[in-house]
Design a protein. Sequence first.
Length: 608
Amino acid sequence: MDKYKVLKQYFGFDTFREGQETLIDSILSGKDTMGIQSTGHGKSICFQVPAMLMNGITLVISPLISLMKDQVSALNQAGIHAAFLNSSLTENQYYKALSYAKEGRYPIIYVAPERLMTAGFLDFALNTEIAMVAVDEAHCVSQWGQDFRPSYLKIVDFIKQLPKRPVVSAFTATATKEVREDIIDILMLQEPTVVTTGYDRPNLYLGVQAPKDKYSMVKNFVETHPNQCGIVYCLTRKLVEEICDRLGDDGFSVTRYHAGLNDLERKENQEDFIYDRKQIMVATNAFGMGIDKADVRYVIHYNMPKNVESYYQEVGRCSRDGEPGECILLYSGQDVVTNQFFINNNQDNQELDDITREIVMERDRERLRKMTFYCFTNECLRDYILRYFGEYQSNYCGNCSSCLTQFETIDITEEAKILIGCVQSSRQRYGVNVIIDTVHGANTAKIRQYRMNENPFYGQLAKIPTHKLRQMMNYLLLNDYLAITDDEYSIVKLTETSNAVGEQEEALVMKMAKEQEREPKVSKKKKKRNSAGIILSEVEEAVFEKLRGLRRKIANEEGVPPYMVFSDKTLTLMSRMLPKTKQEMLTISGVGEFKFEKYGERFLEVLK
């Protein structure tokens, strides 16, 4: 059997995606390998295919129980014997799995990093041929990554103890240049083949909004996406409970996930979402890593995350099958304050020495600033993220809120002078809202209490709407003409370039969204999209729903998530192509020999 046969027979694909074949060939030739591939690009195939062709066992180091269970279930569903070894197993289950592994029943074993150096596992590993150690979510090995896990540092010690060094491979979806170099150094990869397929997910729409009423926006969004699964991320457990309860009271199919729930409830809620018993998951960032649910069609961030890495990893859970998806971030100034509080009180940092702790906290504050600027920018949002990770493309993607907004370039030199003058004259003591209210001439109790109504710049920009003043202030912050402190109550400060606004000959210009003339609403019949976000004809939609019903029935019979039977994308192709024979069915992407033998005839019967 060769790599193409494995790909088709077990995974149902005829061709490899960009970069996959290079990574697989590198592993099969015995070379250390590192793949940086965007979420949904098929990282796991890059170590699963060679694992089926190598002599010996492939150990996959994985950080989360849910990730291991999901991957192992998918492999077993595809006809590949695999197992996982972690704390979710009883002692008897653990040693039974090890004994089966010693007998050679599993070409692939997933293992938690904490298990590597235990006596029982070492005894197994030292007396078994290990062909490859594949490190999944490899950014966890770097202290500068967004999910550093000290247990990942045990991987190198484990490899050194093996009688023969196996091929070592590492895979991640999000890693800056510094983190990539860290992975190579810490894992001691030997002249590795490194393939970066890019971070771009062109199928995802990226949007930033700052609504006055966040909940109303979310409610309206899910109402207009009735057949689709989605995730709503919140910064705090309290907010998760509140939003979940409100959505439930409004009649939506919703569940929740956060670290404050007991293990059983978290497990049940996660399975309700994965098995399509609930359509919406409201969660903190504790939810999601390793969740391979391919038909999540939208990810809404109710609050701004703490850094670009976390944000892009979380939106990466949207439409992993490559179909259209929407990712909306709802920003407010309070999000910055909450994230600063988390940074200042991060318990993980308490174990560090004072110097390292301060370095880590300053790094986290800088990442928060970069995330905040993402919410401010009028430039292409996709380009902003790609540049953050070291990729440079055109500053226009056509699929983000910035690119789809009409802007006009305006001269804000005089307005900038007034905003900076207000900060200076008030001796840099106040936050953004006070400065904006002052120059706008607001007559509030706070303005009178601070005596800002006596400030020389009070009311000088009264004719400009406050939302435009806020955009101007954001522009000055984004371009370092002003800065804000990292305190719990952020204060606006002058910078070295503040005075340059009044001194430079060139005008200070910025892009500002054009005011749209309100036109009378014309009733338009919206084209119906299926749960994969694809527009189908009425006949195709009817076939799709029947196929989905059969998939749900099979999933219930076998106790697996529906997407492990066939993906939405595969069902959509069946609905359009209407295969009548086994040969025609095997031309559908996602249908391999093994799955056809299990399910093919039942789906052909429906298609008739």
